[in-house]
Design a protein around this ligand. Structure first.
Ligand code: SF4
Length: 452
């Protein structure tokens, strides 16, 4: 999940429906034993389900997929909604067949993110949003955001993309990671049924817009892709942001809304942890105009411990965005004792400069104690300033510091040629903009980004 914090207004919208009591298999970390069990189970299921496979793919294709598969993540065994909740959810239109998965007899393997969840009928994926129902993978996070809001684009944060504009931001429950420091855990670590209520009359949110929404309306509100685009346009937002939790976990909703947004001549912003399989990423980012990727550290062991994720797929996504020509910026939250070693920061910056280029904006962000790391202190300002020095020494030209109000030069964009300030910001507000047609007003040098 990215660092864009959800607005506080809706964050306590939790209800108790459906799959209460569902269990994860094996706790938070993946174990080698669990992995080998899954492979054996997968092989057994494949033999039993060979007849079902024959129609979908050749046996060799299936074997190659099995051989190349990542060790699947822990899933919620038997965690799919019961019959009543399923029917209510379906009647609302909040169910969609998943994209990017393989059928293995009556079992399915999701290929949206590197968790590669392997689901028997009745199971729920690691992100809490996807289930196996009778041999088909479905997402439950479709058209049912648990929160939406209009934000300055600088809050994502994106500093080199349409500065000073507002973006219609939405999220559903669920996330592919388990970050110990998550600032939006009230929605990211919930399942859709915890944040929405399919009972009562249907309530589609679309223009003409009501002046306000009650908590109860928000719980049963639907915001389908076409309606989301119409709402964003009605609110005067040139972009829609998929943010707060993790867009990869509500992949189908994100992708369809991106397409609807384009049809309304709006642009799309994805704020993501970057942990997504390549094929799914290519399909999604074809519709995306800007991304903000949370590079949470530069060490596999730290990624596993702090985020229950892996670094390598995130680096692959960053290189893919570079190759696809999607504008993107990177954020790195410096968490004391986890991601603050200077050598790790230096190696990360060297990698960014070499692989993504010196013009790629990097935002260092200050950690504040929360969620499971409430015992840690905030990141010292000196640590953030040292990180910026290291980044600049590695050649990065646009390095920012966030969550540190009052720190000099923290949010100023300087022309890489004449060094004059071309964008000044006060927290999320742009106070001076001296870029004309993508160039420095003072010397005419091009400034990397999307400015109009
Ligand atoms: S998107 Fe969800 S269900 Fe699919 S692999 Fe990732 S965590 Fe598992």
């Amino acid at each position: 999940m990215g660092l864009d914090q959800t607005p506080r207004r809706h964050e306590t919208m939790n209800t108790e429906h459906g799959t209460r009591g569902a269990k994860t298999v094996g706790g938070a970390a993946r174990s080698a034993a669990a992995g080998s069990m899954s492979r054996r189970a997968l092989l057994g299921m494949g033999v039993a389900g060979a007849a079902g496979l024959a129609g979908a793919a050749s046996l060799w294709d299936w074997f190659a997929r099995w051989r190349d598969a990542e060790t699947p993540a822990d899933v919620f065994k038997g965690g799919a909604p019961g019959e009543e909740m399923w029917l209510l959810w379906k009647a609302r239109g909040w169910v969609k067949e998943g994209r990017h998965y393989v059928k293995l007899g009556r079992n399915v393997q999701c290929k949206v993110c590197p968790n590669n969840c392997l689901l028997a009928p009745g199971d729920r994926g690691h992100c809490r949003n996807r289930i196996n129902r009778d041999g088909t993978l479905y997402t439950l996070a479709y058209g049912n955001p648990c929160t939406f809001h209009v934000d300055p684009v600088e809050k994502k944060p994106l500093y080199h993309f349409l500065p000073g504009t507002r973006t219609f931001s939405l999220a559903t429950a669920g996330c592919v990671f388990r970050c110990l420091n998550c600032q939006n855990w009230e929605i990211s670590q919930r399942k859709p049924e915890d944040t929405k209520n399919p009972r009562g009359p249907e309530f589609r949110f679309r223009p003409p817009l009501p002046a306000s929404l009650t908590h109860e309306q928000m719980e049963r509100l639907s915001l389908f892709p076409e309606d989301a685009a119409a709402v964003a346009a009605a609110l005067g937002c040139p972009t829609i942001s998929y943010t707060y939790s993790e867009p990869t976990a509500f992949y189908e909703y994100t992708q369809d809304t991106c397409k609807a947004a384009r049809a309304h001549h709006l642009r799309n912003i994805v704020v993501s942890c970057g942990s997504i399989e390549e094929r799914a990423a290519r399909d999604l980012y074809a519709w995306v105009d800007a991304a903000h990727v949370d590079l949470k550290g530069f060490d596999e062991a730290v990624y596993q411990k702090l985020n229950s994720g892996r670094l390598a797929p995130v680096l692959r996504t960053l290189k893919l965005l570079r190759d696809l020509g999607v504008w993107f910026e990177i954020i790195n939250l410096i968490v004391p004792t986890y991601t603050d070693p200077p050598d790790m920061i230096r190696r990360m910056c060297a990698w960014i400069a070499k692989e993504l280029g010196p013009d790629r904006p990097l935002h260092f962000s200050r950690f504040h104690p929360q969620y499971k790391l409430s015992h840690l202190p905030p990141t010292p300002i000196a640590t953030l300033v040292r990180a910026r020095d290291l980044a600049r020494a590695e050649g990065l030209r646009h390095v920012y510091i966030g969550n540190a109000p009052g720190l000099e030069d923290a949010g100023i964009t300087r022309c890489p040629n004449c060094r004059k300030a071309v964008v000044r910001r006060d927290i999320y507000a742009v106070t001076h903009l001296d870029i004309v047609q993508g160039k420095c007003r003072f010397c005419g040098a091009p400034i990397p980004g999307v400015w109009t």
